[in-house]
Design a protein around this ligand. Structure first.
Ligand code: BES
Ligand code: MN
Ligand code: ZN
Length: 497
C-alpha cells in the first residue's frame, strides 16, 4: 500500500522548509490568511488576477521566487455556507493527490483561521482525504534504484494548525479510516492471478490477527456438506477452490448482531455465458464487495463499537472450465430452493444467496447488508457516483442511506415492487437467476431476497462505484475506490437499535 502519514502540529509555519505548502480558501475568501509576508502577496496576486477565486475544486499552483516554501498550492472549497464533510474530504483529497504527484520529500497544509464548518470533524476529514488522495498502487512497478525513486518520495504531510481547528486524536482516526479504505483498494487492484479466493482468505486471517477478530474459513468439503450448491456451481469451472470467509467482532455484552455479506468473485469471465474480451480485465474487481466488507472489519476491529458484527465473504472464480456449470443447469440452494442457472454470468447472486441464507441461519443477525458488483445495469442507471440500493425494510434502509451521507459513500434506493419478482420465477425450477430485459439491478436484488427470509436487509450494488470513478479528489483516477468501507463501518459505529 502506498499512502502517507500526517503529522499534526499546533502551530503555524516557523521557518519550515517545504517542497509545497497547501492552503484552503472559501469562495471569495482570502487565501493569504495566515501566510508569511513572503507568501501572502503571491496568493493575493492570484486573487487579483482572478487566477483563484476559491471555487469548489479549483486549484492554483504558485511558485515563490525564493524562500523556505518552494511551492504554494491554493485549493478552493466553494461557498462557505454550503461546505459539508465531503467538501473538505474531496479538497484534502485533491491536495493529497497533487502532493503525491510532485515527487517532493516534504509538504505541509496550513489551516488558516475560519477554515471549517459546523459539525465537521476537520482533523478526521482532512487526514482521511489527504491520505486517500495520496494513495497509489505501485506493487508491480519495478523501481530503478539509481534514480532513488523511493527515497525522494513524500512520506508525511505536516498539518499546521495554529488555531487548534483539528484534534490530534481525530487526525489519527482519519488516517485509520483511510488505511482501511486503501487496504480494500489494494485488494481490488491486485490481479486475479495473485488475489485468488485462497489469498483473500489469507488477507482476512491477517486482518483478524491484527484486530482481534475471529476468522473462520469454510472450504469445498464443508460447502458440500451444508448443501451450498449455488456457490459450488459457480466455482466448478475453476481449479481455484472456493472459500467462504467469516470474520466476527463480538464485544462483551453486545445484544444486536449486524451481518455484512460481500461478493468475492476474484475473476468473472462470465463462465460458459462468456463475456466479450473488451474490458474483461476489469472483472478482477468483481471481489470489491468482499474487499469492502473486509476493509470495514479492519476499521470496526479498531473502533470496537458495542454491536456484534459478522462478515461473510463468499469467494471463488467464475470460469468456463471443463466442469463448469452450463446455462439451463439446475442447482439446489442451501435453503432448499431450486434454481435454474439461465445465464452463468449472473453468478454473484448465486454465491451471495447461499452465503446469505447460511449466514442468517448460523448467526441469526438482526440486520443484513450485502454489497456486490452485481449488475452492469446499475452502471447504466446510476453511473459512477451513487451505489444502487434495494431493501425489504424501510427502517434499515434509512440507516444505510444516512451512513451513506455521513461517510461520503452515496447510495440511492431503487424500487423493489413485488411485480418485478414475476420475471425471475423459474420454468423448470423454483426460480431462475436472470429476469427479462430491463430493471436488471432490481431483479438481481430480488433474486437475493429469496435467501433473506424475514430478516431486515439492504442490498448495495456497487458495480458503478467500486472502480472507474473519475473527478473526485480523494478517489484515484484509476483502479479500485474502496467504496463501502466507510459506509459499513459508520453504520456499525453509529448503530442505534
Ligand atoms: N460482475 C458482473 C457485473 C458487472 C458488469 C459489474 C460490468 C461491473 C461492470 C456480474 O456478474 C454480471 O456479469 N452481471 C450480468 C447479469 C446479467 C447476466 C443478468 C450483467 O450485468 O450483465
Ligand atoms: Mn457475471
Ligand atoms: Zn460478477
Amino acid at each position: 500500500m502506498n499512502t502517507l502519514d500526517i503529522t499534526w502540529v499546533k502551530r503555524g509555519l516557523d521557518g519550515d522548509k517545504l517542497g509545497c505548502l497547501a492552503v484552503f480558501a472559501f469562495e471569495d475568501g482570502d487565501p493569504a490568511l495566515g501566510l508569511s509576508p513572503a507568501l501572502a502577496p503571491l496568493a493575493r496576486r492570484a486573487v487579483e488576477l482572478k487566477e483563484f477565486t476559491g471555487g469548489k475544486g479549483q486549484t492554483c499552483m504558485l511558485l515563490p521566487p525564493s524562500g523556505d516554501v518552494q511551492r504554494l498550492l491554493l485549493v478552493g472549497l466553494g461557498a462557505a455556507d454550503k461546505a459539508e464533510r465531503e467538501t473538505f474530504r474531496r479538497a484534502a483529497g485533491t491536495v493529497g493527490k497533487t502532493l503525491a504527484g510532485l515527487k517532493i520529500p516534504t509538504a505541509g497544509v496550513l489551516l488558516a483561521r475560519g477554515i471549517g464548518s459546523k459539525g465537521v470533524d476537520l482533523g478526521e476529514t482532512l487526514a482521511e482525504g489527504l491520505a486517500l488522495g495520496a494513495y497509489t498502487f505501485e506493487d508491480y512497478q519495478t523501481k530503478k534504484p539509481e534514480k532513488n525513486e523511493k527515497k525522494d518520495s513524500l512520506k508525511t504531510i505536516t498539518l499546521f494548525d495554529p488555531h487548534g481547528a483539528a484534534k490530534e486524536a481525530s487526525v489519527e482516526w482519519g488516517l485509520q479510516r483511510a488505511r482501511a479504505i486503501c487496504l480494500t483498494r489494494d485488494l481490488g487492484n491486485h490481479p486475479s492471478n495473485v488475489l485468488t479466493p485462497t489469498r483473500l482468505a489469507a488477507e482476512a486471517k491477517a486482518v483478524a490477527k491484527r484486530r482481534g477478530l475471529k476468522c473462520t474459513v469454510l472450504g469445498e468439503k464443508e460447502m458440500q456438506k451444508k448443501g451450498m450448491h449455488m456457490l459450488l456451481g459457480v466455482a466448478k469451472g475453476s481449479r481455484q477452490p472456493p472459500q467462504l470467509i467469516v470474520l466476527e467482532h463480538r464485544p462483551r455484552g453486545a445484544k444486536t448482531t449486524l451481518m455484512f455479506v460481500g461478493k468475492g468473485i476474484t475473476f468473472d469471465s462470465g463462465g460458459i455465458s462468456i463475456k466479450p474480451s473488451a474490458q474483461m480485465d476489469e472483472m478482477k474487481f468483481d471481489m470489491c464487495g468482499a474487499a469492502g466488507v473486509l476493509g470495514a472489519m479492519e476499521l470496526i476491529g479498531q473502533a470496537k463499537p458495542p454491536v456484534n458484527v459478522v462478515a461473510v465473504m463468499p469467494a471463488c472464480e467464475n470460469l468456463p472450465g471443463g466442469l463448469a456449470q452450463k446455462p439451463g443447469d439446475v442447482v439446489r440452494a442451501y435453503n432448499g430452493k431450486t434454481v435454474e442457472v439461465m445465464n452463468t454470468d449472473a453468478e454473484g447472486r448465486l454465491i451471495l444467496g447461499d452465503a446469505m441464507a447460511w449466514g442468517i441461519d448460523t448467526y441469526k443477525p438482526d440486520a443484513v447488508v450485502d454489497m456486490a458488483t452485481l449488475t452492469g445495469a446499475c452502471v447504466v442507471a446510476l453511473g459512477h457516483y451513487a451505489s444502487g440500493l434495494i431493501s425489504n425494510d424501510p427502517a434499515l434502509e434509512k440507516k444505510v442511506v444516512q451512513a451513506g451521507k455521513s461517510s461520503g459513500d452515496t447510495v440511492w434506493p431503487l424500487p423493489a415492487f413485488e411485480e418485478y419478482e414475476e420475471s425471475i420465477k423459474g420454468k423448470v425450477a423454483d426460480i431462475q437467476n436472470i429476469g427479462g430485459y430491463g430493471a436488471g439491478t432490481i431483479t438481481g436484488g430480488l433474486f437475493i431476497k429469496h435467501f433473506v427470509g424475514k430478516t431486515p436487509w439492504v442490498h448495495l450494488d456497487i458495480a458503478g462505484t467500486a472502480w472507474g470513478v473519475k473527478s473526485l479528489g480523494h478517489v484515484p483516477n484509476e483502479g479500485a475506490t474502496g467504496v463501502g468501507v466507510a459506509l459499513l463501518a459508520d453504520l456499525a459505529i453509529q448503530w442505534k437499535d
